[in-house]
Ligand binder design. Structure first.
Ligand code: G6P
Length: 474
């Protein structure tokens, strides 16, 4: 197996600096969690942004970070405050993120942001070229780096280059709104293999390249000049064993014990996400409010644990959402709370792994109702921790995970009454039925776990490259 170069905007480890001291933290989000769980089992190097702001001329600090990260098989690409403002907050998270999640009314089309996006993709290209060896397999991840495959192809015409998109690829009708749609597609087509989580995303991509660039495909193989680009789906899995085993560990049991002392034997509904408008958190709270109002018998008997992990806090939409959530929680707690019972326990924080697993394990119901989500690994993690069988997953039909988790209670996340009914259905479900549904999902998640997912992608990439080589020999 050749060395694997993983390239993504964010490294799996984020560094923060306080009072001159560095601290290392696991990065949040599906990409860092998923890819972070297997990359060390390969001979690999992960290239990306360590999340910390370092002055341009401070070479000493850069060298220190570089050295610290090399122990984690990571190599930093430093972004300046200007890059963060225009590329990360700007083009990535104010244009592509909202557009690809069907929030096109939030998307800004700013030419300057686009130019900086191109420039930062070039910096990543340079960073890869600095460390790349001739036989490396290069795997580029996510929407921050969609121009990179073609940039790399121009420099390394024979390299094996794969790209995986962790967010939805939207329908052509949405994608076509992007002024730089052609450049983005051409950038992606520098890869030998382009992967998506679901069949729908793949279909939307093929339709966009046909309608925008005029490329036809045969069973997912697209001919681009003298190359063939393969397009396929790879629904990302989780490190199933890690979650199932952690659920039984003494550290997690201890956390559960502590939580039980607080919550007593109340039914616990869990909502856990990055604080992002795509996740549909306000509607969830409204559904919970309506449930308590319409069915007062639940008052005092059910608690909602709401964990929102801080994310992209410099962006206005995220700040507004934070305020909205704070107000909603305050309103619900003010309306129904008593000295003995707080309806919503709200944490705006990053949870350590054991506490996260304890929350999954403790929860009777997980409310995973994003308005759009590329995959949603939390839904899968919740199911994996249900080692005793009990627990109900309520899952949005708009999450990429929904086609794989059909035994969950599936809802339309925009339908407040449906979400409310789903909570009731979940709470009323017999333990036998809960266990049966979880058992089926667990088997499926165990079979196609993160290790299989990665191996599957890498094997398909190797095949695509071999095919390419044979064609060029002819
Ligand atoms: C999503 C994206 C990832 C991203 C993560 C966290 O899962 O697909 O690429 O890393 O969100 O977002 P952040 O902006 O903090 O990297």
């Amino acid at each position: 197996m050749n060395r694997l170069l993983i390239v993504s905007n964010r490294l799996p480890i984020s560094i923060t600096k306080q009072k001159g001291e560095y601290s290392f933290q696991r990065s949040a989000g599906g990409l860092a969690t998923g890819v972070g769980s297997f990359y060390k089992s390969y001979e690999s190097l992960w290239i990306g942004w360590p999340g910390v702001n370092v002055r341009k001329n401070n070479q000493k600090e850069k060298d220190e970070i570089c050295e610290a990260l090399s122990a984690e098989q990571c190599h930093p690409v430093f972004l300046s405050p200007y890059d963060i403002r225009n590329y990360y907050d700007g083009f990535c998270n104010n244009t592509i993120w909202p557009l690809f999640h069907y929030f096109n009314h939030f998307a800004e089309y700013d030419k300057h942001h686009w130019n900086v996006y191109k420039k930062v993709n070039e910096s990543f290209c340079e960073a890869v070229l600095e460390v790349a060896r001739p036989d490396d397999t290069i795997w580029v991840h996510d929407y921050h780096l969609m121009l990179l495959p073609q940039m790399l192809r121009e420099e390394l015409p024979d390299a094996a280059i794969g790209f995986f998109l962790h967010i939805p690829f939207p329908s052509y009708e949405i994608f076509r709104l992007l002024p730089w749609r052609k450049e983005i597609l051409e950038g992606l087509l520098g890869s030998d293999l382009v992967g998506f989580h679901t069949y729908d995303y793949l279909r939307h991509f093929l339709s966009s390249i046909r309608r925008i660039l005029g490329y036809e495909h045969t069973l997912g193989d697209v001919t681009v000049g003298n190359r063939t680009v393969r397009v396929d789906m790879f629904p990302m899995g989780i490190d199933y064993q890690q979650f199932a085993e952690a659920a039984e560990s003494p550290a997690v049991q201890e956390e559960i014990q502590k939580a039980r002392e607080q919550y007593g034997d109340r039914t616990i509904v869990l909502s856990f996400d990055r604080l992002d408008y795509t996740k549909g958190i306000p509607l969830r709270l409204e559904a919970f409010d309506t449930l308590l109002e319409k069915k007062p018998e639940y008052q005092g008997n059910v608690s909602l644990i709401l964990v929102a992990v801080p994310s992209r806090t410099a962006i206005e939409q995220y700040q507004a959402l934070k305020q909205q959530i704070d107000e909603l929680v305050g309103r619900i707690n003010g309306k129904y709370g008593t000295t003995e019972w707080l309806p919503v326990r709200y944490f705006y924080n990053y949870l350590p792994f054991e506490v996260l697993v304890a929350n999954y394990k403790l929860a009777d119901v997980a409310l995973v109702t994003p308005l759009r989500d590329g995959m949603n690994l939390m839904a899968k993690e919740f199911v994996a921790t249900k080692t005793e069988g009990k627990g109900v997953l309520i899952l949005s039909e708009m999450a990429g995970a929904a086609p794989e988790l059909g035994e969950a209670v599936i809802v339309n996340p925009s339908d407040r009454d449906a979400v409310m009914d789903a909570i009731e259905t979940a709470m009323a479900m017999s333990e036998e039925e809960q266990s049966e549904r979880n058992r089926i999902m667990q088997k499926r998640l165990q079979r196609y776990d993160i290790t299989h997912w990665a191996a599957d992608f890498i094997n398909r990439l190797d095949d695509a490259r071999l095919l390419q080589e044979k064609r060029s020999e002819r």
